[in-house]
Design a protein around this ligand. Structure first.
Ligand SMILES: [Zn+2]
Length: 115
């Protein structure tokens, strides 16, 4: 295993406990872990754009449109039902998270592209 992947956080596919990067088996349940395949750029990063999500979040965040945009339909509907998740609190948090490039799409891929 290379130094690059050694620090990665992995989770046991059997019990979902955190597995250290170098471990070949789960410290919690002992299940042998499959080797981590190298992810391509398109698998690690979302193809959705931060700018688009930011604009949707800013103008229609209370409708959860930015969440629909990245495929998070469930939490998008939840945002509408709760009127922007406690009156605009969720969109505000999402807005900040988006700016810092930590917002993820439905597949858990980070939105890293601005344009
Ligand atoms: Zn385990």
């Amino acid at each position: 295993m290379s130094e690059m992947t050694a620090g990665q956080i992995r989770y046991c596919y059997a019990c979902c406990q955190q597995v250290p990067g170098r471990a070949t088996s789960c410290p919690a349940c002992g299940t042998l872990q499959p080797p981590q395949p190298e992810l391509s750029a398109s698998e690690r990063h979302s193809d959705k754009l931060i700018v688009a999500a930011l604009l949707l979040c800013f103008f229609f965040g209370w409708l959860g449109l930015h969440r629909f945009y990245v495929g998070k339909v469930g939490t998008g509907i939840l945002t509408i039902l709760t009127i922007g998740g406690l009156f605009g609190l969720w969109p505000l948090i999402d807005f900040i998270v988006l700016i810092f490039g930590a917002f993820t799409d439905k597949q858990g891929r980070k939105l890293t592209r601005w344009t």
